[in-house]
Every structure is written in C-alpha cells, then in structure tokens.
Design a protein around this ligand. Structure first.
Ligand SMILES: Cc1cc2nc3c(=O)[nH]c(=O)nc-3n(C[C@H](O)[C@H](O)[C@H](O)COP(=O)(O)OP(=O)(O)OC[C@H]3O[C@@H](n4cnc5c(N)ncnc54)[C@H](O)[C@@H]3O)c2cc1C
Length: 472
C-alpha cells in the first residue's frame, strides 16, 4: 500500500497534528454514511485549514499515488463522500474551511470557503439584506462545497435554479495539487469554456472545491404559503401553470405530498397533524415570495387559490396566516423522509421528468410497482415544480426489511426504464456517487459518457480524485 508512516508524518505536518485523525474511534463519524448503505475504511482523515494546505495535501498524495475522498458535511445520499472498503484512501474533510471571504451586497455576491455550512451562509446573506436561495433539509450540516459538488437542488429550484445556477466563480485544488483561482464575481464572462461548470456536479472526481463566488438575490419582503388538497395530479400541474402565469414569477416552491406521506408524518412525527378535515389523495405545498413591500403578493395568492377552488382544481386549501403556520406546513413536507424511516425499508429513486409528464410517470411507476412488488407502498413526493420526484417505495407493512432492500436493483431497473422512456434523469439532484455508477453507464448517452471519461482522464490521469465515483 502506498500509504506509509513517512506520508502520514508529512500530511500531519501540513495540517497540524490536531487536524490529522488516524484513531479509528475518532475517524468513525467521517466514515458514517447518511443512508448506511456503505461501510468504508480510510487510511486517515485530514481537516485542512486553508487552500494552501489542501494544495500541499493533494500534491503529497499525488506524488505517493494515494487516492483522496473529498468530504463536506457528509450528508450526501449516494455514497460520494464515503471511502471504499480497502482503506487505501485519505478523506479530506473541509469543515475547518468555513470563513466568509467577502460579501458585496451591491454586486449581489458572496465569496466563501467551501466548508461553510449552508444555513450559516443563508444567515450571513440575510444579515446583509440579501437572500441566498439554496435551501434543503440538510442545510444545518451540509457545506456549500458539497452542495456545488453534487449540484444540489432543494425547494427553490423552480425560481432560482440549482447550485449550478448560483455560482459565478470557483477556486479548486486540482488532482496534481495546483490551485485554479477562478474566483470571478462577474455576471458576464464569455472568455471561453465555463470551467466552473465542470467541477459543479463532479462530486469531487475532478478536484477539491476550496472556495466559491455565489449569487445573492433581493430578500423577500413577503411570503405566502398554503397547503392545497387535490384529487389528482393533472390538477396539480394545472395549478402550477396557473400560478406561474399570474404571479409575475413569484412561485418559489411547489412541493408534492401524497396522502400516504401525510399519514406517515402524522403517525410518526411529533407535532404534525392533518390540517384538513377531509382526506385528499394529493397535497401541494405552494409558496409565493416577492421582494416588493407593497402587500400585493398575498392578494394575488388568495385570488389564485380562490379561483382554483371555484374551478375545482383544488378541493381545499389551508393558507398560513403567520410565520409559525408557514413553518408547520413546511414541517409536513420536510418530515417525509424521516417519517418513511419508521415504516421500514425504502427503495429510493431521485428522478426527473419534464414537469408536464410527472402525472404520467407517477401513474406508470405506481402501476409497475403494484404489478412486480405487491404490497410495496409508493410514496412519491418532492419538487413537482421542477419535475423532480422522489419516487420512494416503502416496504410492504410487516415485510422483512433486508429481504425487501435486497430487491433495490431489480426495482430501480423497472423505475429507471420508465424514466428513460420519458426522456428523464435517473438522478435529479442527489448525484451518482457510488450508488448509481452502473445505472449511469446504462442510461447515459454513449457519446456523453465517452466525453466524461476523457475529461476525467485529462484532469485526473492517475485516477486519484474520488476514484470509483460517478464514472467507473
Ligand atoms: C435530510 C436530507 C435532505 C436532503 N435534501 C436534499 C435536497 O432537497 N436536495 C438535494 O440536492 N440534496 C439533498 N440532500 C442530499 C445532500 O444534503 C446534498 O447532496 C448536499 O449537497 C451534500 O453536501 P455535503 O456537504 O454534505 O457533501 P458530502 O456528502 O460531504 O459530499 C457529497 C459529494 O460531494 C463531494 N464533495 C464534498 N465537498 C467537496 C468539495 N469541497 N470539493 C469537491 N467535492 C466535494 C464528495 O466527495 C461527495 O462526492 C439531502 C440530504 C439529507 C440528509
């Protein structure tokens, strides 16, 4: 094995003894993987404190041919930040690099270290009178470097785009240890290839992101939120279209919750109750926001829901009358993954199809599950507004968890074939990691896959940067 005591000492000298973790018990939290699907080992965990340290670590590892796993908040859902089982890799965890380098409210930009926690970044934007719109349930622990590396999505993609759309510049340590300083805060820059986009969504396979320049937005002055009950998904799409058409682009979130999901939340999550008197097959959490301080937003929001009710597009709606009520409606949506855990094993599919085809996808998917996996319980939920559905299937009640999860690949093949047949994506926002490498090989256009392999070989010829992730 190329990792030896001399390299250990060199790396410890670069980051300092306290940031060089070799004790198995101390390493354990860095080896834990969100879904418990992988149990890898690492030769060492390093927590560098600066870009210069990251560069020295990477150069030393490159010289010794030791592979590296970049790691942010370790909340990823595809095993991208988990080491392999052979213990040959070094984890480079970015949590010490958590400083804000600059805020420019006039330019609407913020420059941050990659290890900044997403929620901290949102708060700093707010302190400066701005909004950083990336928002997801793991925001209290995921880092902006991880968000960029996975091109994270979340609840506001419909209005503001995903992580890729929010980045203007990057600083990256390349697999040979060189630092690429692309920290430009420019709204316009047509000077050739947009290299930053190579590293966004690369899941650490092309280099370690050490800093980023991100876009800020005007802070919303008014937010209107409602949970609507609907009888079918076609009506949900009609509601979305209507909302987008009349709101002056104010729809920031449009999230789908199925009846079974709401029931699971009510059953398992403390403080969650069904806000409706009657049961509805589907629910949509809809949110408008606007930086206009004139109160016009709420009028338009109420009018939309009133007309939708009169036309029977929605069966009922609960409109939040306060910030607290907004939070409690969001709590239902955000508790769904946790509630599902209490129902045993869940086979998950993070898919996207064109928004107009979501009803067709869910109908086909549910029919296929009923046919091939009798008793399994589909809980399709998520970002309907951008076509990204978490098509998660809970095990049949009382079934054996391990036996059910053993059929993951079999079920995914069926679901992903339907997705591919609808020009969709088998990974909308969680990435590929280790989990979907084979799936990517199967579904990606061969020319596109070939280009991806060539790019990887060009930038990381020794295959030392997060090997075995994204592409084989
Ligand atoms: C409760 C929960 C809810 C979630 N909701 C969403 C959601 O709505 N939308 C969504 O998109 N995701 C969601 N996720 C997934 C996850 O939070 C995101 O993928 C997040 O962006 C990962 O950030 P992280 O810092 O935890 O990265 P990690 O998990 O540490 O790493 C993820 C990948 O990025 C690489 N990486 C990390 N940091 C760097 C860096 N500085 N440079 C280069 N590569 C790096 C790693 O090698 C790995 O491949 C959720 C996860 C949980 C647990």
């Amino acid at each position: 094995m190329p990792f030896d005591q001399a390299l250990h000492d060199r790396l410890a000298a670069i980051v300092g003894a306290a940031a060089c973790i070799g004790d198995p018990a101390d390493m354990a939290p860095y080896l834990r993987e969100e879904r418990g699907l992988y149990r890898g080992k690492a030769a060492l965990v390093l927590r560098p404190g600066s870009t210069a340290e990251v560069a020295k670590v990477v150069a030393a590892c490159a010289a010794a041919k030791v592979p590296i796993v970049p790691q942010g908040g370790n909340t990823g859902l595809c095993g991208g930040a988990a080491p392999h089982e052979d213990g040959s890799e070094i984890i480079v965890n970015m949590s010490r690099m958590n400083k804000v380098r600059a805020v420019d409210p006039v330019n609407f930009t913020i420059t941050v270290d990659a290890g900044c926690i997403l929620a901290d970044l949102q708060n700093i934007a707010e302190d400066n009178g701005c909004l950083f719109p990336l928002s997801l349930a793991a925001e209290g622990s995921c880092q902006i470097g991880g968000n960029l590396a996975t091109n994270a999505g979340g609840i506001n993609v419909l209005r503001y785009g995903n992580a890729r759309d929010l980045v203007l510049g990057l600083e990256v340590v390349l697999p040979d240890g060189r630092i690429w300083n692309g920290l430009r805060a420019l709204g316009k820059d047509n000077t050739g290839y947009a290299l930053r986009h190579l590293f966004v969504g690369a899941e650490g396979t092309l280099g370690i992101i050490t800093a980023a320049v991100l876009k800020l937005f005007p802070r919303p002055a008014e937010i209107a939120t409602a949970l609507c009950g609907l009888s079918n998904l076609d009506d949900a799409i009609r509601l979305l279209n209507r909302a987008r058409a009349i709101s002056g682009d104010a729809v920031t979130a449009f999230e789908l919750i199925p009846r079974i999901g709401l029931e699971m939340c009510v059953k398992h999550i403390a403080g969650v109750s069904d806000p409706f008197t009657d049961a509805h097959p589907w629910y949509v959490l809809i949110e408008f926001s606007s930086s206009r301080p004139d109160g016009a937003l709420r009028g338009g929001f109420d009018a939309l829901l009133g007309t939708a009710f009169e036309e029977a597009i929605i069966a009922d709606a609960v409109i939040a009358g306060s910030g607290e009520q907004q939070k409690s409606l969001w709590r239902i949506r955000e508790s769904l993954p946790e509630a599902q855990k209490h129902e045993g094993g869940s086979i998950k599919h993070d898919i996207a199809v064109p928004v107009s085809r979501v009803p067709q996808f869910i109908a086909k998917g549910v029919a296929a599950i009923e046919k091939h996996f009798p008793g399994a319980r589909p809980v399709p939920f998520g970002h309907l507004g951008d076509g990204n559905i978490h098509f998660n299937i809970s095990q049949p009640a009382g079934a054996d968890r391990a036996a059910y999860l053993a059929r993951w690949d079999e079920m995914s093949r069926i679901v992903h074939d339907i997705v591919a047949g609808m020009d969709g994506s088998i990974s909308a926002e969680h990435g590929i990691g280790m989990l979907k490498v084979q799936e990517l090989t199967r579904y990606k256009d061969p020319v596109e896959l070939d280009l991806m392999h060539r790019l990887k070989r060009a930038i990381d010829p020794a295959n030392l940067m997060n090997p075995g992730k994204v592409i084989d």
